[in-house]
Design a protein around this ligand. Structure first.
Ligand code: AHR
Length: 516
């Protein structure tokens, strides 16, 4: 392949990454909570039942904010079932995942876990089977200091100080038929507005995300966002986006191209949100909360399959084993999020442990990193700062991505996919420039010239690469490091930047000391 060049200017900035861009998600689903983050009796559990081996991996992964308790689960959840003495909590049928929810872990345990993991808690309220009343009561229980029945109930439960939850999701995927009490955009827009009003009357400092479409493939996509924002515009700060990338077609080039559809999705939702603002002559800008994103396709199961196994507690469902090519597509998604740092201020990798997750555990046993762990930890630990606008001059290929849930012919054409997908983040304070580069060519090395402007001196601080000839290789409990980052050494500093050679089908991170 001919040499590819990338031009970067220190003063040409897309936006600064919000710390909440690097979030993740814990749902009461399968073994995410029970047997994942929480397993009383496990040899590595602390006094609260939190697995310390999992906590150590979470700290290494570096998520900043954690969405909870769902997901589809939240649309049938009574938050009151999960607080107070554990012995008094009811077990309930969870109609989202056809499981039994024992409720031995609830909001307070979640907040405790977040404090232990050093992440900010983020809650979703049930706007499926419940409404604004349950939502405002949860805000009062969590955030009101004292002197009311609900705030004093929290205090009685052992939490004298308010939890101070700042970020709230107004329901989950309310456009989807699979949701308990799905709604039309108008129905949802109304209920979300009323819930938002009351939640903010209790705590005006909170920020709210209205549900966008549960995917770009939904038949109501676009009109849903427009109608929902027409109702909620004055009451929310965010609209949500969800995407799960797939390789159903067993078409690796198209799969690696698929994060480019996230770029389109983001830009379209920004356009709709800004059109709603324009109609109102408003300078307010609704920001985007990409609060579910990942690769997911092998372990999707239909409701009939689920019901056959009865109503188990914490079944082994959605335990996707991520391979090398999944990690590459996943890295591409990280780049898409970084390159929209001006509007995507919150994002949550779905999910954290066991369920379509970067961290896997054996119940009673060990914990390990999946392949996608590595690009996420790069993204979060090294992606803080100003994202620079990169001008990429790369050969391109065309692809057609299959999404069986698609609205039009199930195929999404991608006529010009640059082999190189790249993001560059300048951390002024730390004096670093970090380059994230995905070589999507399956066979060829790629020589890239990064031509920089505005940095007088560059020096390589660290550089590594995720690459394996076997794109189907993955990590297991027995071989937890089958796929892991290795040093990237083929880098030469040049007069105005650097030249790096990237292996075929590789995820690459180069962190430079970058002085003015
Ligand atoms: O993350 C798994 C599920 O995907 C979530 O519960 C739901 O919101 C989405 O459909």
């Amino acid at each position: 392949m001919s040499t590819v060049d990338v031009r970067l200017d220190r003063d040409s900035v897309i936006g600064a990454t919000d710390p909440r861009l690097f979030g993740a998600f814990i749902e009461h689903l399968g073994r995410c909570v029970y047997g994942g983050i929480y397993e009383p009796g496990h040899p590595k559990a602390d006094q609260k039942g939190f697995r310390k081996d999992v906590l150590a991996l979470v700290r290494e992964l570096g998520p900043t904010i954690m969405r909870y308790p769902g997901g589809n689960f939240v649309s049938g959840y009574n938050w009151e079932d999960g607080v107070g003495p554990v012995k008094d909590r009811p077990a309930r049928l969870d109609l989202a995942w056809m499981s039994t929810e024992p409720n031995t872990f609830g909001t307070n345990e979640f907040v405790d876990w977040c404090r232990a993991a050093d992440v900010e808690p983020m809650l979703a309220v049930n706007l499926g089977t419940r409404d604004g009343d349950a939502a405002r009561n949860l805000v009062e229980y969590c955030n009101h200091p004292r002197g009311t029945a609900l705030s004093d109930l929290r205090r009685k439960h052992g939490y004298g100080k308010p939890h101070g939850i700042k970020f709230w999701c107004l329901g989950n995927e309310m456009d989807g038929w699979w949701q308990m009490e799905m709604k039309t955009a108008t129905e949802y827009g109304r209920i979300a507005t009323e819930a938002a009003k009351m939640m903010k009357w209790i705590d005006p400092s909170i920020e709210l995300a209205a549900c966008g479409s549960s995917g770009r493939t939904m038949p109501t996509y676009g009109t849903w966002e427009d109608t929902v924002l027409e109702h909620t515009f004055e009451h929310v700060e965010f609209i949500s986006l969800h995407t799960y990338l797939n390789n159903y077609a067993d078409d690796t080039p198209a799969f690696l191209a698929s994060p480019d559809l996230m770029d389109q999705f983001i830009e379209e939702v920004v356009a709709i949100a800004d059109a709603v603002a324009a109609r109102r002559h408003s300078s307010k800008r609704i920001m985007l909360s990409f609060d579910e994103w990942n690769v997911w396709y092998r372990t999707r199961r239909n409701r009939n399959e689920r019901v056959k196994v009865g109503w188990p507690v914490a079944p082994e469902i959605l335990e996707e084993a991520y391979n090398m090519q999944d990690a590459l597509t996943f890295g591409g998604a990280c780049i898409s999020l970084l390159n929209h740092a001006d509007r995507v201020k919150v994002a949550c990798l779905a999910q954290l442990v066991n369920v379509i997750a970067p961290i896997m555990t054996e119940t009673g046993g060990t914990a390990w990193r999946q392949t996608i762990f590595h690009p996420f930890s790069d993204f979060s630990n090294l992606g803080r700062g100003n994202v620079l606008r990169a001008t990429v001059n790369s050969p391109a290929y065309s692809a057609s991505y299959l999404d069986p849930r698609g609205a039009v012919d199930n195929h999404y054409p991608l006529p010009a996919v640059p082999y190189l997908k790249v993001s560059a983040v300048h951390d002024e304070k730390a004096g670093t420039l970090t380059l994230f580069a995905l070589n999507r060519h399956l066979n060829d090395d790629m020589t890239v010239d990064f031509i920089t402007k505005g940095f007088s001196e560059l020096a390589v601080r660290q550089a590594h690469q995720l690459h394996d000839k076997d794109l189907l290789a993955f990590n297991t409990a027995k071989r937890p490091n089958r796929i892991k980052p290795l040093p990237l050494s083929d880098i030469k500093l040049q007069k105005r930047g650097l030249r790096a050679t990237l292996r075929p089908a590789s995820w690459n991170v180069i962190r430079l000391k970058a002085s003015k």
